[in-house]
Design a protein around this ligand. Structure first.
Ligand code: NCD
Ligand code: ZN
Ligand code: ZN
Ligand code: ZN
Length: 362
């Protein structure tokens, strides 16, 4: 059976431009998005240079304008000393990113006083999104509450975190959150076999931040679907050579597997199509105040069964943590603003077809 979905929105991707285009760039990352049924992506600011001031931000905006095949927004990154300068760029930004735990890249906001400066300066009509795990999440929710500011929590992975967000929502705090497919479908049991006696298990290719969590954590995410506002890939491509090195960088590609994995869960009756549309279209549009893309849809064959293979993907990174998984539900065709942009495995949108979702705001 063929069904039509609205153009999906992925609010969390790393397209590696500027600075690491051997991993991905705007042309390949947005090709991967279209192949995955995603017509809008938001790119994260932990690039080289990081997007923490006007020059770097414009490098990224210019590259995206020339190369993106789907619509896009780009985040700015918060640092200890850029709170006063960023508001002048906010109009052009998808939102502001807080990195509050160590992860891939140099951005880490360590100082609570700096969080507060950003809450004071950043305009209320642009979301603040945060990488905030465990106790850091509790601290962030408290400080956001002091400043009466809404905050969006990236890639929630643990029971303690989803329960904390649920409690904050129940008290009326304006908090939203996303969950990444790898935390819905992989756990610590998918890590390579543990080295004996090691405190930190060797993650190898499966290194990702937040780390893969326990089966109990994963169950808590499924048990609290109503608390999860968005599904977002956290598409974080690194090459296979990098992932298989002695110091594997953290991150998984995800743009081309999120919808097949979610559709497979629909087939297994763990999820509904409406659950997907709410979390990858309606809620992202509401949270980020996005315009509707006219004449835009995704055609999916719900019956088609196949094996996920990195060899058939468009990302530059050349691997997927879901290699060999059986999927049910294939993306056949994507139409973006009246044009066929993906059909039967072929990317049809040229680089530059994508619009910046913040460029033509009323
Ligand atoms: C991300 C990356 O590679 O940029 N890595 C990751 O493990 N998720 C950074 C991040 O999202 O924290
Ligand atoms: Zn992160
Ligand atoms: Zn990320
Ligand atoms: Zn819509």
């Amino acid at each position: 059976m063929m069904i039509r979905l609205p153009g999906l929105i992925d609010i969390h991707t790393h397209l590696r431009e500027p600075g690491a285009t051997h991993k991905e760039d705007f042309a390949t990352g947005t090709a991967a998005a279209l192949a995955g049924g995603i017509t809008t992506i938001f790119a994260m600011p932990n690039t080289q240079p990081p997007l923490i001031e006007a020059d770097a931000f414009h490098l990224a905006l210019d590259a995206a304008a020339q190369k993106a095949r789907c619509d896009y927004g780009i985040y700015l990154g918060a640092t200890a000393d850029n709170a006063a300068d960023l508001p002048s760029l906010a109009d052009q930004a998808a939102g502001l990113k807080f990195y509050l735990n160590a992860t891939y890249g140099p951005l880490l906001l360590d100082d609570v006083a700096a969080w507060r400066k950003h809450f004071e300066h950043w305009p209320v009509d642009r979301p603040i999104v945060a990488h905030a795990e465990r106790q850091t999440l509790a601290a962030l929710l408290f400080v956001a509450g002091l400043h009466d500011r809404a905050v969006h929590i990236c890639h929630v992975s643990r029971a303690e975190e989803i329960n904390l967000i649920k409690a904050a929502k129940d008290r009326g705090q304006p908090v939203t959150c996303e969950v990444a497919p790898h935390h819905l479908f992989l756990t610590t049991s998918d890590l390579p076999v543990d080295q004996d006696g090691e405190e930190e298990p060797w993650e190898g290719r499966m290194s990702v931040r937040p780390r893969l969590a326990t089966p109990a954590d994963q169950q808590a995410l499924w048990d609290n679907l109503d608390v999860i506002d968005c599904f977002a890939t956290d598409h974080a491509p690194h090459t296979l050579a990098e992932k298989d090195s002695d110091e594997p960088p953290s991150g998984f590609p995800g743009l081309e597997t999120i919808l097949p994995l979610l559709l497979t869960a629909v087939h297994q009756e763990r999820l509904t199509i409406d659950d997907i549309v709410a979390r990858m279209h309606t809620n992202p549009r509401r949270i980020f105040n996005l315009p509707e893309q006219p004449e835009t849809w995704v055609e999916v064959d719900l019956q088609d069964e196949y094996i996920i293979q990195a060899a058939q993907t468009h990302t530059k990174c050349g691997w997927t943590p879901f290699e060999g998984w059986k999927a049910r539900g294939r993306i056949r065709r994507v139409v973006l603003r009246g044009q066929d942009v993906f059909k039967d495995g072929q990317i049809l949108a040229p680089p530059g077809y994508g619009n910046n979702i913040r460029a033509h705001q009323p």
